[in-house]
Structures are given as structure tokens and as C-alpha cells.
Design a protein around this ligand. Structure first.
Ligand code: TXA
Ligand code: MG
Length: 355
């Protein structure tokens, strides 16, 4: 299969640029006819197919090499479409939709008969999100209203934040890639399950627990997310897999900056003597402290949004450079830091040391 790549910016969509409109219409046709199109959202690039067509969902699993018990998120562009694919939406669902949609929040509801089990990995519930990226919204409309879209990476690789990473993983496997440039947020949406008595966060993201609690009161968080020793199985099937895994061995080093630097520099010398290539993920503040084959700056410590945006790109770069040992500073676990540490811990297979 030849994968067509088109460039469409959000600005072109905003201005109703005729060429961009034509490209999106064509992409919508591909999806309506059962094909797959990768497209930008505000979180990461998605790999879209018709959510109501079981064959399309099957193709998505195949293209990603993803286990078929791992459900897909259904993306909508209009609030009224929520009723088509769900049942028994609780009042807080509507409240959250009013507050955070369109945006990086995914909510889990009971599914309606319209949604095939192939899309929900066999579950009776469905994850729904209304993205705010204009290109995504335009594509959903053109594709008939319901796009199933996981992140557009091969299963087990970091989610793509640039079209070139989508191409790396999906070239020849899907019909089209819409290149919308660099992604705004860089981490996947927050997932909240509203089918339980007390709402529960299954995946932390840009919309933090604090932001959700300010609107609907108490929200729980799936304890398996931050705790590698937990014997419980995460509620979001996708969170049990060792996602976002770089090829090199990643360790998070936590402690006083001096101690962290001593540990990293010692490790570098040992690995260097053993002929291994070492990379470091460092904040701007500590950049000068480290010795390694490659030290990558993830941004200023206080700038969590900046850190979130760089994380997956850096992990992919270390893969491309065949870095064998990767050492990362640790981050706070409040606010958006929770999402950053959740992804970093998963990438590290929960290998974190205290120095
Ligand atoms: O930001 C995002 O959410 C991106 C963009 C493309 O919208 N999409 C994304 O999809 O991250 P994906 O497939 O990579 O992650 C979806 C996660 C998986 O962990 C999956 O197990 C969980 O959502 N999920 C989906 N439906 C679910 C359900 N009914 N119950 C529990 N977890 C569900
Ligand atoms: Mg994913």
C-alpha cells in the first residue's frame, strides 16, 4: 500500500483554505470507505478509522500490531453525537463535557448497540473524546462523525508528536497521513471512567485530577498507574502493556541534584568502559552537571507543559541514535507532573532509584 502524505495546518482549516478543505474531504472519504488516515490532535497523532465499522477497527489493530483486547477511543465532533454511541450518561458526564470539550479529556460510558465490540475490545463500555484540534474536528465531520483512533505509533513505541514519526511507524500500512506539524500537548488525553460510583482516572494527562475535582468533586485515581509493585490489573487495558518503551534501558534517578549527578556520571564512566552508549534526560537547570555520550534538555523544571511536549520526541531520538543506557531526572507527581511521571515510569518499566 502506498501511503499518501498531505500537509494541512490548523490555520488553513480555520481560514477554510480550499486546498485544505479538499484534502480533508478526501481523507473523510477514505475513512467512510473503510480505510485508515493518521491525523493530528492536540495531544498526539491519531490513527483513524470508522468507529462504527468493525472491519476498520480490525485494520487499526493490524496496522499498529496492537492486541485486540485493547479498546479504542471514539472521537466525535458534536455534543449531540454522544447519545448515538452511549447509554446512561450520568449528569457529571454532561458537566465535564461542557467544561473540557472540545479538549484532551476522554470519558468512559456504557456503550450503545451502534458501537461494535471490535472497537471496544469486547467491552460494554466506550471511551469518547471530542478533540479541540481543528483539523481533527473537520476530519471527524467529513468521515461521518465517529472516528476510532489510538495513537498513531506501532504498539510499544512512544506516541508520535510529529508526522515524521507517524511515517516512520505507519508508512505502507495506512492510506494517508495528514501532516499538521508539531503537536501542542505531546501526551495522550486524560481518561476518566464515569461508569463507577466515584469517577476514576485511568490515565493521567493534561487535564489534571485537581482540574476535574474543581468541577465534579472527589475523583479517584487508579493506583496501579504510579505503582510498579501493584498486583492489581489497571482498569484501562492499554495501561497494562509496557508502552512507550525505548530500545535502551531507561532508569529514573531521584534525589538531590548533586547526588543525581554523581550517580549519573559514575554510571556513565562504568558504561563507557564497558563500551556502552549512554544518554541523559536533563532539565535546563542541571544540564551542565552531567557527563554522557548525549545529554538532552527536556526544558526548565517548572515548565511542565514544555517537558510533556518534549518527552516522546527525546525517547524516539535515543532509539534512533541507538543509545543503550538512558538515565533521566525525576519529576514531581502533582498536577501535570503526574502524567509525565506516569509515562516515564512506564517507559522505564518502573525502574526508579533513589540516591
Ligand atoms: O490523546 C489521546 O487519547 C490519543 C489521541 C489520538 O486522541 N489517543 C490515544 O489512544 O491515546 P490509545 O488507543 O493509544 O489509548 C487509549 C487508552 C488505552 O489505554 C485503552 O486501554 C483505554 O484508552 N480505553 C479505551 N477504551 C476503554 C474502555 N472502554 N475502558 C477502559 N479503558 C479504555
Ligand atoms: Mg497509545
Amino acid at each position: 500500500m502506498i501511503t499518501k502524505i498531505v500537509k494541512v495546518t490548523e490555520e488553513q482549516i480555520r481560514q477554510d483554505d480550499s486546498k485544505a478543505v479538499h484534502e480533508i474531504r478526501q481523507a473523510g472519504e477514505i475513512i467512510k470507505n473503510g480505510g485508515l488516515v493518521a491525523f493530528p490532535t492536540e495531544t498526539v497523532y491519531g490513527l483513524g478509522g470508522d468507529a462504527l465499522n468493525p472491519e476498520s477497527s480490525g485494520k487499526i489493530y493490524k496496522a499498529k500490531g496492537r492486541p485486540s483486547d485493547n479498546p479504542l477511543i471514539v472521537h466525535i465532533s458534536r455534543l449531540e453525537d454522544l447519545n448515538v454511541i452511549t447509554e446512561d450518561v450520568p449528569e457529571i458526564g454532561h458537566v465535564l463535557a461542557r467544561h473540557f470539550w472540545p479538549g484532551p479529556l476522554t470519558m468512559i460510558f456504557k456503550k450503545s448497540e451502534k458501537v461494535p465490540k471490535e472497537t471496544t475490545g469486547g467491552l460494554d463500555t466506550v471511551a469518547v473524546r471530542m478533540p479541540r484540534h481543528r483539523t481533527a474536528l473537520a476530519l471527524i465531520r467529513e468521515a461521518g462523525g465517529f472516528i476510532a483512533a489510538p495513537s498513531a505509533n506501532i504498539s510499544g513505541r512512544p506516541s508520535p508528536t510529529l508526522a515524521k514519526y507517524v511515517q516512520e511507524d505507519m508508512d505502507g500500512r495506512i492510506d494517508m497521513i495528514i501532516d499538521g506539524g508539531i503537536i501542542e500537548i505531546g501526551l495522550e488525553s486524560t481518561i476518566i471512567d464515569l461508569t463507577e460510583e466515584i469517577p476514576i482516572i485511568l490515565r493521567p494527562g493534561f487535564i489534571t485530577r485537581e482540574m476535574l475535582e474543581a468541577v465534579i468533586g472527589t475523583v479517584r485515581i487508579d493506583q496501579t498507574l504510579m505503582d510498579g509493585d501493584s498486583l492489581q490489573i489497571p482498569k484501562a487495558p492499554g495501561m497494562k502493556y509496557r508502552h512507550y518503551a525505548p530500545k535502551g534501558e531507561l532508569t529514573i534517578v531521584d534525589g538531590e541534584p548533586d547526588h543525581v549527578a554523581d550517580y549519573i556520571n559514575n554510571t556513565y564512566h562504568n558504561c563507557h568502559n564497558a563500551g556502552k552508549k549512554v544518554g541523559v534526560i536533563a532539565t535546563q537547570e542541571n544540564l551542565g552537571r552531567y557527563q554522557a555520550d548525549c545529554v538532552k534538555c527536556i526544558g526548565r523544571r517548572q515548565d511542565e507543559e514544555g517537558i510533556a511536549k518534549e518527552l516522546y520526541r527525546i525517547l524516539r531520538e535515543f532509539d534512533d541514535e541507538e543509545t543503550e543506557v538512558i538515565l533521566s531526572e525525576s519529576f514531581h507527581t502533582t498536577g501535570m507532573g503526574q502524567a509525565i511521571m506516569n509515562r516515564l515510569l512506564k517507559a522505564a518499566g518502573h525502574k526508579k532509584i533513589q540516591v
